[in-house]
Structure formats: structure tokens, C-alpha cells
Design a protein around this ligand. Sequence first.
Ligand code: 5AD
Ligand code: FES
Length: 350
Amino acid sequence: MNPITLQEIERWLKESDEKTLETLWARADEVRKATVGDEVHLRGLIEISNHCVRRCAYCGLAAGNRTIERYRMTREEIVDCALKAVRLGYGTVVMQAGEDYGIVADWLAEVIREIKRQTPLAVTLSLGERPYEELKLWKQAGADRYLLRFETSNSHLYELIHPSLPGKKSDRFEILRQLQELGYEAGSGVMIGIPGQTYATLAHDIHIFSTMDLDMIGVGPFIPSPNTPLGRGEIHFDISPAEQVPNTELMTYKAVALTRLARPDANIPSTTALATINKESGRELGLMRGANIVMPNLTPVQYREKYEIYPGKACINETAEQCNGCLRGRIASIGRTVGTGQGGRVKRSK
Ligand code: 5AD
Ligand code: FES
């Protein structure tokens, strides 16, 4: 099958006829089955710190938000979560945090080595825009993958919603290249329906997924967070209302399905943000429309509510065991199986 074109992606994003969309869901599901198969891989998420030096206009953890209490997990707590991941049968842990330089590079390298000594887990990091030398150190310590969403490929919009630090222009595409050069499997993605995002921009985002050699591609709906500039509607965008992509559930499914068509063999999560806007069946519908990964939360319950990137986040009060049971049940209910092992990438056939 020929790769999907930019024009086709934009046309699908604007499609609203339910019957016609059924063919998109069916195509994405078929491609998913033929490439990555029926297994759904579980990647345990450990939210190791909610400190952040950045001021992203969309994110509830941004520096300057004084309404949240900050925490940073200890080495023992993190290793305990990793051991729990093994007991629950997961192949990967994802250590995620704000861009927190209180997470000292050598300290984290030691945590990675400890997890690698004690478990067979793949270790994924999602810690923001850290310097090359630190990324290199963590790779040498045994880290396997790194997640860094580029959020939008429109550089003007990116600057507005993701201000650079003084004297250092933020370039996530460059960091993604560095990660790949260092031997990481790199993951990326975007939010669906951030203010200022046009259909043309989102179509471009999805289209360039196909040109980047990404292991994982996460797309989830933008959910306004009240204590942020975007949540308060403080930023003005120069686009007409007709051009604005809505941050809806339906638009997110379209983006998931089109991402599958753009990158047939990628690992695509059915995201927590999607589960947040449809707690009933968002996860399942994501998996049925192109996704093949879910990320059960392993963060100790006392920290979960402090990691509110956006409000109403799914799984805030559930324990790791509950999320495990919940997700396995949901996967089984749609006739899929749980993957075993690290769930690494399927090599591209090209
Ligand atoms: N709504 C949805 N997703 C968000 N993220 C950050 N803030 C929000 C929000 N308000 C996403 C970003 C980030 C990832 C960890 O969470 O894409 O990269
Ligand atoms: Fe956490 Fe369902 S995945 S409760």
C-alpha cells in the first residue's frame, strides 16, 4: 500500500461523516494487525518528579504554578516501582518527570544501573530537554529509549506555547536526532487540538512522523489546565475558528488512525489523555483504531494527584495493581492479548 499523503491526511482530519470514518478505523486496525499484531504491550509509567524549570503554556506542572506541591521520588521508591513492574509482568518502565535538574545526571545513571542489575526491564526516559552529555551518560548506564514529544511542527506556534529558556533556543527535533545518534529508540508525538493548531499544521505533524525513524508515537487530546496561560485563554492566536483543530475525542481517534497509516510499524499508545476524556472506553477505542501500547501507571498513589499535567487525569486514585487489572481486562474485552518481553520496535521493512 502506498504511504498516505499530506493531502489525504488533511482530508481525513476534516472528514465528519461517520460511515466514511468507519473505513478509516477499519484501515488503521487492519494495518496495525498486519504490522505489530494483536499484542498490546504494557509500559509501566513512574512519574519520578513533578518539578519543572519550563513554562509551557499548556502544562499544569510548569514552573510558576504555585498551586501544586512538588515532589521527587527517592532511588529506593523508584527501584521498588521497577520491581513491581516485573511482578506485574511488564517489559518496560518509563521514568517521566518535568524538566528537573534536581534529578542529577549521575544520580539517575545510578538508578538506571540499579534497575538494570535487578530486572530484565527496558528502561525508557521522559525527562525533557536535557544536555547531550547527560543523555549520553544515561545511555551508557543502560537506558534504552527516550520519549520527547515535539508537540507541534509549526515553529511559530511552538515558540508561543513552549517558551525557550533564556539564551538557549528549544529545538526538540535536534534533540531527537541526538537521541537516535546515541543509540536510543526515540519516541515523540503531539497534542491534538492545542489552541493555534490548524488542520494544515496537524496534517504536517502526522506526515512528518513518517519521515522520522521513531519507535513510539504518542498523540493525545489537549486538555486545558486551569492554572496555565492556555487554560486561562491568555494567548491570542491568529487563525480563524474554522481552521482550529478541535481537541475532541473524535479528532484524537482520527490522529491515532492516521498515525498508524503514516507509520505502519510504529508503537502507538492509547494515551492516558484519551482515557481521561472518555473514561468508559477511550483506551479500548484507541486500541481498536490503530494503537498497540498502553502505559499503566506505577507511580505511588501519594504522588499521583501531584502529577496533574491536566485536570481529571485518569487513574489518579488507583493503585498500580488496580491499573494492571483494569488494563488487562480492557485488552481482553476487545479480543487482544498482552505482549510479553520488552516490546521493542519492529524493524522497518524498507
Ligand atoms: N493536555 C494534554 N496533554 C498534555 N501534555 C502536557 N500538557 C497537556 C495538556 N494540558 C502532554 C505533552 C507532554 C506530555 C508528557 O503530556 O504532549 O509532552
Ligand atoms: Fe488505571 Fe484503568 S488503567 S484504572
